[in-house]
Ligand binder design. Structure first.
Ligand SMILES: [Zn+2]
Length: 89
């Protein structure tokens, strides 16, 4: 997986899904920050990328709890953007 270059050594170890830099479950804080800045303003692409990791993780470690929050939850905006009404009469 070479598509998280900005995260540097903070990439997932394929077997354990821990950060290769050794600071815990991936994505660690450093990896999240790197990905956030890399995908700034494009949360959809970031969520899709992380959704791919989530799918791979779930396949390898079925039954894990909190995996959605771990991989995808943090990609959402802390402040949801105002959604304009779809229809106005
Ligand atoms: Zn890390």
């Amino acid at each position: 997986m070479g598509n998280i270059a900005a995260a540097g050594t903070h990439s997932p170890d394929p077997g354990s899904w821990d950060c290769r830099a050794g600071d815990g479950p991936w994505p660690c804080d450093v990896a999240r920050e790197s990905l956030r800045s890399e995908y700034q303003g494009d949360r959809l692409s970031l969520a899709m990328l992380m959704g791919g990791y989530l799918a791979a993780f779930t396949k390898e470690k079925p039954g894990s709890t909190d995996s959605v929050a771990r991989f995808v939850g943090w990609t959402r905006s802390p402040r949801p953007a105002a959604t304009p009404p779809l229809f106005q009469s």
